[in-house]
Design a protein around this ligand. Structure first.
Ligand code: COA
Length: 284
C-alpha cells in the first residue's frame, strides 16, 4: 500500500465532495442518530478557502483519493463553504491557536492511518508558521482520532443550526517545536509550559512564573576544544610531606590549596580534596 499526501487543488473538488458525503453518512453511524447525521451536514463539508490558502491536503492510497483534511491560519473553527458564522480573519500565531479543519476519510480507507497522516502534516506546517498550539472542533466520529494524536477536550457544546443538536467537542493540542534538535539530556522536544520558544514568530511567554530555558551555546573556539575538565594544577609550594601509607611508595604532599599530591619519584598525582583523613592513595 503506497500512501501519499499532497496539497489539494481546485481540480480535486469534484472528487472530494462525494468522499465527504460518504464519510459524513457512513463513518458517523454508531456515533450519531440519523437526525443528527442529517443535521451535521449543515456544519460539515468542503471549505475552499483552505485550498486557496494551500493548507488543505489530499491523501491517496495506490493512486486513489482516500481522504482529505487541512489546517488553517484563519479564525473559522469548523464548517464548510455553506456554513453560517464564518470568519476569515487571520490568526496571530503569538497568541492564538491554528485550526485543524475538514477531516474526511473515505469509508473504504477508514482506520488505515489516513487521518493520522493528515494531522501530522498539518501540525508540522502550523508549527513551521509559528503557531504554538492548534485547535479543532471535533465530531463524535472524529474525537477518537484526535485523542489518539494527543488533543485534549476543552469544551463540550451542541450545534443545532442544521436541526437536531449535534454534539461537538472543542479540542486543543500544544505543538512540538519545528526543526527538532536532539537535546543533550535526551529531553523530548516538547515545549514546557514555561519555556520561551525560539527565535522565530513563536510566542514568547511572559507570565510572572515563567522561567526561560537557558541554553549555553558553545562558541566556535569552545566547540573545537574537547569537553573534558581542565587538569587541576596543584601548587606545590610550602608543602608538608608525609608518608602515604605504610608500604605505599612515594609521599603525600599537602598543598596550601588543600589539595593533595602523591609524589613518587618524577610522578605526581593530584587527589582533589586535601583533607588528609579522607585521603586514599591509588595503588599503582
Ligand atoms: C475522523 C476520521 C477522519 C478518521 O479518519 P481515519 O483515516 O479512519 O483515522 P486513522 O486511521 O488515521 O485513525 C488513527 C487512530 O485514531 C483512532 N480512531 C480513528 N477512528 C476511530 C474510530 N472510529 N473508533 C475508534 N478509534 C478510532 C484509532 O486510535 C486509530 O488508530 P488505529 O486504527 O491504529 O487503532 C473519519 O472517521 C471520518 O471521516 N469521519 C467522518 C467525518 C468526520 O466526522 N470528520 C471529523 C470532523 S471533526
Amino acid at each position: 500500500m503506497a500512501m501519499t499526501i499532497r496539497p489539494a487543488v481546485d481540480g480535486d473538488v469534484p472528487r472530494l465532495m462525494p468522499l465527504m458525503d460518504a464519510a459524513i453518512e457512513e463513518l458517523q453511524e454508531g456515533f450519531l442518530d440519523d437526525a443528527q447525521i442529517e443535521s451535521s451536514k449543515a456544519i460539515m463539508g468542503i471549505d475552499r478557502q483552505l485550498i486557496d490558502d494551500g493548507t488543505y491536503f489530499v491523501v491517496e492510497i495506490d493512486g486513489a483519493v482516500a481522504g482529505c483534511g487541512g489546517w488553517s491560519r484563519r479564525a473559522t473553527l469548523y464548517g464548510g463553504d455553506h456554513s453560517a458564522g464564518r470568519n476569515a480573519a487571520l490568526l496571530d500565531p503569538a497568541t492564538e491557536p491554528a485550526r485543524i479543519r475538514a477531516m474526511y476519510t473515505h469509508p473504504l480507507y477508514a482506520r488505515r492511518g489516513v487521518g493520522r497522516l493528515i494531522i501530522e502534516t498539518c501540525e508540522a506546517a502550523a508549527a513551521a508558521e509559528g503557531f504554538a498550539t492548534i485547535e479543532l472542533m471535533a465530531t463524535r466520529s472524529g474525537r477518537p482520532l484526535y485523542e489518539a494524536v494527543g488533543f485534549q477536550a476543552m469544551e463540550e457544546l451542541e450545534d443545532d443550526s442544521g436541526g437536531a443538536p449535534v454534539p461537538l467537542t472543542r479540542m486543543l493540542k500544544e505543538l512540538p517545536l519545528p526543526n527538532p534538535r536532539p537535546s543533550r539530556r535526551g529531553e523530548s522536544n516538547r515545549r514546557s509550559g514555561a519555556a520561551s520558544v525560539g527565535p522565530d514568530r513563536r510566542p514568547q511567554r511572559s507570565s510572572a512564573t515563567d522561567t526561560p530555558r537557558r541554553h549555553h551555546r558553545r562558541s566556535s573556539a569552545e566547540a573545537r576544544r574537547p569537553r573534558t575538565r581542565p587538569k587541576a594544577r596543584t601548587p606545590e609550594v610550602d608543602v608538608a610531606e608525609f608518608p602515604v601509607e605504610p608500604g605505599v611508595p612515594g609521599v603525600c604532599v599537602a598543598t596550601p590549596s588543600r589539595r593533595s599530591v602523591r609524589r613518587d619519584g618524577d610522578r605526581s598525582m593530584s587527589f582533589g580534596c586535601g583533607r588528609r583523613r579522607h585521603y586514599r592513595p591509588r595503588l599503582r
